[in-house]
Design a protein around this ligand. Sequence first.
Ligand SMILES: *Cc1c(COP(=O)(O)O)cnc(C)c1O
Length: 372
Amino acid sequence: MTCPRVEVDLRKICQNTEIVVRRLKTRGITVTGVTKAVCGHPAIAQAMLDGGALGLAEARITNVQRLRKAGITDPITLIRTPMLSQAAAVVELCEASYNTQMVVISALADAAIRQDTVHGIILMVEMGDGREGIMPDDVAAIAPQVVALPGVALQGIGANFACLSGLAPDAAQIADLSALAFQVEQHRGVSLTTVSGGNSATLPWAFGGQPTGCINDLRLGEAILLGVDPVTAAPIDGLHQDAFTLIAEVIEVQTKPRPAPIRFANPTLAKHLAPHRQDTHRLILALGRQDTDISGLSMTLDHRLIGATSDHLVIGTSGPMPRVGSEIRFQMNYGALMQVMAAPDIKTELGRNRRTPQSPNTASKRIDLILA
Ligand SMILES: *Cc1c(COP(=O)(O)O)cnc(C)c1O
């Protein structure tokens, strides 16, 4: 099998979706599956839909194109404010988009009229993350402008949390969003289909006992794909954390003297190097910074990251030495996953792992994969 590769267990992604969908259903909240971290991989998107996601959300129109080309006809919402230059493609490929700029909404409306369709608009409201969003005080003025514009329909409002600030929302911020939705509905006489309370960082709130108010949807990527809370990195109860495994091949096995302490001008480089370790057994893998965020990989305890360059990953081991040609398996965080899925040299193998992934110790044994 080709190396490096990422093995994707679609069943685990489907199960993660099912579990989150079921838990949120009791709270009156639906799930929109976010596929941007996997570059809109159609089979992974389909696993989310099979698990009960009501629709998909993407940040990039190129990824939406990939989903549509693969035959996915479910609703797709663009969650990154559309580029003005892509208005026509957004209307053509997406049912709706998140928006913050009236000039873009007008361009979407024009494109929709030309394409003889109606494009859904969800107003993204700034509720404290500091990234995109219109200010809450401006919603009352902007909502009626959208309602009055032919070619677009005001589908809802939403907020995003934690992406820039790293802070999970508190109950008051979400209650404010809900109150805003209520005001728009009451005073503007429109009924909002979607009130989207945020991304995976909103899950702890959603699983808690607080009243949900008008919130009826969450946009979930990381929680479904990696089974963790993006703010704390803590595993979410009942979810799989190992739906994705990165596999790299050993190209050199040596016993080397412990390197003399080295002084690094670049402190970020020094952080990833451990020249004082006792590890004298070293492996070099054919994987590097060009493929992924090395600091987002995890290995078993008897393996230790010594360093990485663009194409080489140097690992020290106190365990048994694997042979040249054997494979080492890694789990990834969100940043590492995102890069791996976009890396041209890393092949994606879809399957269902029959066994749980082995520790890298025994990685020379192949894991059984059923190709989808
Ligand atoms: C990335 C993103 C999401 C999904 O975030 P996760 O933490 O992966 O759940 C949702 N909404 C917006 C606007 C995003 O940019």
